[in-house]
Design a protein around this ligand. Structure first.
Ligand code: FES
Length: 183
């Protein structure tokens, strides 16, 4: 698997005000506070906050006795783990061959024209984060994308902006913290 580029954030320039109680609960939900559980712990932390806040990473470093470099080494191999807060909806646009041939790049261009974002970016209103994905496993329905929890196939590239326009900030689901921790 190819490691993604991680822009190391200037930690001193970011003072995050976050409640770390969910991180303590997540740590307590494992049989022991051991670095071998790091990946599922990171996944649960992200499920709570939608990304990995630096304060949460610092806490994991202390409790699991692990370095920042080790944690970022894991994050670099898991495209789904994010170190900055994403938009309310993550658009996963399939860039597999079938989808590309059917206009995935046209869709990406339209997203850029409309929301000013390239893959990896979040728009200014924090509505969308755009990501590309390898084959989503349903090439017969190319081009495909996933928006939040919704899967969309056979998207008409010319009408794709109408589809994305149906997603509104006020409709975004709230994260259920307790549910995430107990899973
Ligand atoms: S290439 Fe997009 S679903 Fe397979």
């Amino acid at each position: 698997m190819e490691a993604k580029n991680i822009e190391v954030v200037d930690q001193e320039s970011i003072e995050e005000e976050i409640d770390l109680e969910p991180v303590h609960k997540i740590l307590d939900s494992f049989p022991s506070q051991d670095r071998r559980y790091l990946i599922p712990i990171l996944q649960k932390v992200q499920a709570v906050y939608r990304y990995l806040p630096d304060k949460a990473i610092q806490l994991l470093m202390e409790v699991l006795e692990i370095t920042r470099a080790e944690i970022f080494g894991i994050i670099s191999f898991y495209p789904g783990l994010l170190i900055t807060e994403p938009g309310k909806y993550i658009i996963k646009l399939c860039y597999g061959t079938a989808c590309f041939v059917k206009g995935a790049n046209i869709i990406a261009n339209k997203i850029h024209e409309t929301y000013g974002i390239h893959p990896g970016d979040t728009d200014q209103t924090k509505l969308f984060t755009l990501q590309t994905a390898s084959c989503l496993g349903n090439c017969g329905a190319a081009p495909m994308c996933i928006v939040g929890e919704d899967t969309h196939g056979t998207i008409d590239p010319d009408k794709s902006i109408e589809l994305f326009g149906s997603y509104k900030l006020e409709d975004a689901p709230e994260q259920q913290t307790e549910e995430v921790i107990s899973k």
